[in-house]
Write a protein that binds this ligand. Structure first.
Ligand SMILES: *[C@@H]1O[C@H](CO)[C@@H](O)[C@H](O)[C@H]1NC(C)=O
Ligand SMILES: *[C@@H]1O[C@H](CO)[C@@H](O)[C@H](O)[C@H]1NC(C)=O
Ligand SMILES: *[C@@H]1O[C@H](CO)[C@@H](O)[C@H](O)[C@H]1NC(C)=O
Length: 144
């Protein structure tokens, strides 16, 4: 019984670290190539520098908010974690939903984030590591 429960838990909510090309294909299948005006390589670069493609990544910010998952989505504005002061939940989700291997929730929320006035610059690491660079290496060698 215990083993069955464990198995169920793992099946429902296991985290995943994607490899680069596998993740690029998932992004493409979910309409991210060109989304918001940004090529697939921009989205691969962004997630490389935010989470290294790890859906379980979490980072606490000094202001009391936390960034969740493969896109490091912030709990102050976008998801509910029941511990961030004065937060709004722009994506209408639990932050924990951003940590599973079902990345459709995270991708949908990233699409919401980029429609905001800050656009892709909401992701500090995109500005730092991806803007105005040759990003071809991020999708190189992937059969897309
Ligand atoms: C990504 O940006 C955050 C600030 O938002 C920073 O704390 C973190 O170290 C950066 N991650 C990497 C891998 O550079
Ligand atoms: C808290 O810090 C994070 C990461 O630096 C930032 O994205 C967010 O906008 C900040 N929230 C507030 C309310 O300052
Ligand atoms: C992933 O999550 C979405 C939204 O919660 C749900 O509609 C979908 O069925 C889930 N996909 C899988 C494979 O569990």
């Amino acid at each position: 019984m215990k083993a069955l429960l464990l198995l169920l838990l793992v099946a429902v909510a296991s985290a995943k670290v994607f490899n680069r090309c596998e993740w690029a294909r998932v992004l493409k299948r979910n309409g991210m190539d060109g989304y918001g005006g940004y090529s697939l390589a921009n989205w691969v670069c962004l997630t490389q520098w935010e989470s290294s493609y790890n859906t379980a990544a979490t980072n606490s910010n000094r202001n009391g908010s936390t960034d969740y998952g493969i896109f490091q989505i912030n709990s102050r504005y976008w998801c509910e974690d029941h511990k961030t002061p004065r937060s709004s939940n722009g994506c209408g989700i639990q932050c924990s939903e951003l940590l599973t291997d079902n990345v459709s929730v995270a991708i949908r929320c990233a699409k919401r984030v980029i429609r905001d006035p800050n656009g892709i610059t909401a992701w500090v690491n995109w500005s730092r590591h991806c803007a105005n660079r040759d990003l071809s290496s991020y999708t190189a060698g992937c059969s897309l």
